[in-house]
Design a binder for this molecule. Structure first.
Ligand SMILES: NC(=O)c1ccc[n+]([C@@H]2O[C@H](COP(=O)([O-])OP(=O)(O)OC[C@H]3O[C@@H](n4cnc5c(N)ncnc54)[C@H](OP(=O)(O)O)[C@@H]3O)[C@@H](O)[C@H]2O)c1
Length: 321
């Protein structure tokens, strides 16, 4: 496993990290345990969750499973999504952040978070309020680093400006979507994070499973797949020529001697500005297959071939989760 510098910080994270959105939503604790053990045993040190995954079940399962391994990993979670019926049970007010962090710490059975991320931009709360609340959590020792997810480049630039103006900790990382299917971050975000030395941990590197080749046009999805179980964001992605893009990439993967999922992951890790790719695994074999190839990198020539095969295919708008 390659370990990469987490933006400008001194922290190092694995080039492939484990996403746990499936824990408690699509798979139970026992299946999650197998995946977590395999991931950590094969060198993954960054584990990503969110307070809303499985309505808290993902954090609870991680809390039950990590035990003594907790101190050896970089544990990342998120705040923003609605977690209750109350008017203040979502967003990034100081009120909600202080409440949400205690709930996450309790579920995760830990007294600190390595990375606390805002799940998306909150237009209803002043950035200064959010950043001051997060800065307080860092100073209290409850949080090591702060990050943002699903931000536009201008939103991150504005947040960095607010942090600099008030002497507050800044967002050291961004978590956007990125795969051969969803490449919008290349326009504004990648140049910005390279200029400001921000860590980029990207989600859905396999296009939520589409780039594994498991979905075929005109055929029913495999019964044990996320599409069959119902995932609205995946359905949206499929409307945007995702299967045509996966079909166009498959021969390139074959030429390289990699499975389509391995090739899609290598592509992300071979692109500039990426710190880590957050792999979603719902079965142990997803980790073992990825592990066989996660040190593979594509050459400039191979990256060009992917562009030639895919860039002129249809509507490639971002699908935000
Ligand atoms: N910040 C955000 O807004 C946001 C949004 C989404 C995700 N995330 C984070 O990113 C993580 C990863 O997201 P993701 O699950 O969408 O990523 P992904 O890696 O693009 O997709 C994972 C899915 O691909 C399929 N898969 C994986 N390996 C495979 C293989 N070797 N062969 C065949 N199929 C394979 C599985 O689908 P099946 O389960 O259908 O078999 C799996 O659930 C999440 O767990 C979460 O931590 C963050």
């Amino acid at each position: 496993m390659e370990y990469r510098k987490f933006g400008r910080t001194g922290l190092k994270v694995s080039a492939v990290s484990l996403g746990t959105m499936a824990f408690g939503r699509w798979i139970d604790e026992q299946a999650s345990a197998e995946i977590l053990d395999l991931a950590l045993d094969s060198g993954i040190n960054l584990v990503d969750t969110a307070n809303v995954y499985g309505e808290g079940a993902s954090e609870t399962i991680l809390g039950n499973l990590l035990k003594e391994r907790r101190r050896d990993i970089v544990l990342a979670t998120k705040v923003h999504g609605r977690v209750g019926e109350g008017v203040n049970d979502s967003g990034q007010s100081r009120y909600h952040i202080f409440k949400a962090v205690e709930d996450s710490l309790k579920r995760l059975k830990t007294d600190y978070l390595d990375l606390y991320q805002v799940h998306r931009f909150d237009p209803n709360t002043p950035l200064e309020e959010t950043l001051r609340a997060l800065d307080d959590l860092v100073r209290q020792g409850k949080v090591r680093y702060i990050g943002a997810s699903n931000y536009a480049a201008w939103q991150l630039a504005k947040a960095h400006g607010v942090s600099a103006l008030h002497g507050l900790h800044r967002f050291e990382s961004l978590q956007p979507e990125y795969s051969i299917i969803s490449r919008e971050i290349e326009k504004e975000i990648i140049p910005f994070v390279q200029s400001e030395n921000v860590g980029v941990i990207v989600y859905s590197p396999l296009g939520r499973g589409v780039l594994s080749g498991k979905y075929r046009a005109g055929e029913a999805p495999p019964a044990d797949s996320r599409l069959a179980k119902g995932e609205p964001r995946l359905e949206q992605l499929l409307k945007k020529n995702a299967i045509a893009i996966a079909d166009a990439v498959r021969p390139l993967a074959e030429e390289r001697g990699l499975a389509p999922a391995q090739y899609a992951l290598s592509w992300v890790l071979s692109r500039p500005g990426i710190t880590s790719a957050i792999l979603g695994a719902s079965k142990p074999e997803h980790i073992t297959e990825a592990a066989k190839a996660w040190n593979e990198r594509l050459s400039a020539e191979e990256l060009d071939k992917v562009d030639e095969a895919t860039l002129n295919i249809g509507n490639r708008e971002t699908v935000l989760s």
